[in-house]
Write a protein that binds this ligand. Structure first.
Ligand code: SAM
Length: 269
């Protein structure tokens, strides 16, 4: 996977791409990142990347020329073959007006070979970037950021952890919050392999010390009873999802045991 990031602030990425899983994935050759300073694709002596909006109004808008010039230089497949998925490439414009970035979209993007992330600034980006260059617009949430860089870093991080081989334990990405894989009743016996999220929020995690500031780790987790641990994790994942994200429950394939747990949790509310 090769991420190309187009930005007027390439130094912004010095931190986010240099730690943990993203860094290890890069060092292991599982992914590559290239930062492209849009000012390098300007032709005037002031290296101008923005201009006033036609029609008047506040602020400045990122000009199309440096963005198109930079993407042209990447020698990607045609926009048509990207859009009809012949090419495993995508050109993405970060935008508050885009489709919402969620785990399912991260999984789709993880199957690509090249992802180009265009970071807007100021009042936004000349609309021709969206209508004639980018394949999709993505928003990382319903709020307005000052620039697309944070969004690009979020996408690189979330997609990288889904590239096979990036996580030490492959099971850990399957069990995370929002991951749609159904695992309950999958026939495996260890506690770790039977309580995966299945679209729920993740279950609570504990580590040593067994008691901290008077708060003990739940007894079941130190019982060694894998069946009970699986049940506890499933119940607490259901509980957390019901409390914090009840909307997710509509998309989850619930088993009879889950429905009974939920009915009990709801009656206790
Ligand atoms: N005028 C724009 C609007 O109201 O939608 C906001 C522009 S914002 C100040 C500047 C840039 O930040 C955008 O072009 C986009 O690249 C990025 N941005 C802002 N909010 C974002 C979000 N929620 N997700 C992704 N990118 C965002």
């Amino acid at each position: 996977m090769h991420f190309h990031i187009l930005t007027i602030f390439p130094d912004f990425f010095r931190g986010p791409l240099d730690f943990g899983i993203v860094r290890r994935a890069r060092e292991a050759g599982l992914m590559e990142t290239s930062l492209h300073d849009l000012r390098a694709y300007t032709s005037d002596k002031h290296r101008t990347v923005d201009d006033r909006p036609f029609g008047g109004g506040e602020g400045m808008v990122l000009k199309p020329e440096p963005i198109f010039a930079c993407v042209d230089g990447l020698n990607l497949a045609s926009r048509e073959s990207r859009l009809n998925r012949e090419a495993k490439q995508s050109v993405i414009l970060l935008s508050a007006q885009g489709e919402r970035f969620e785990q399912a979209l991260a999984s789709k993007l993880a199957a690509l070979e090249t992802i180009v992330l265009i970071c807007g600034r100021y009042e936004g980006v000349d609309e021709r970037v969206s209508s004639a260059l980018a394949d999709r617009e993505i928003s990382i949430g319903d709020y307005v950021l000052s620039g697309g860089e944070l969004g690009a870093a979020v996408i690189v991080d979330a997609v990288t952890r889904l590239i096979p081989g990036t996580l030490g334990n492959e099971a850990s990405s399957r069990q995370e919050s929002f991951t749609a894989t159904r695992q309950l009743g999958s026939g495996t016996t260890g506690a770790d392999s039977t309580c995966g999220s299945g679209g729920l929020l993740d279950y609570p995690h504990y580590t040593r010390p067994a008691e901290f500031r008077g708060i003990p780790v739940p007894d079941v987790l130190v019982s060694g009873d894998h069946q009970q641990i699986r049940r506890w994790r499933r119940r607490t994942a259901l509980e957390k999802t019901l409390r914090n994200r009840p909307d997710l429950l509509k998309q989850v394939a619930l088993e009879k045991e889950d429905r009974e747990i939920l009915a009990k949790l709801r009656s206790d509310l």
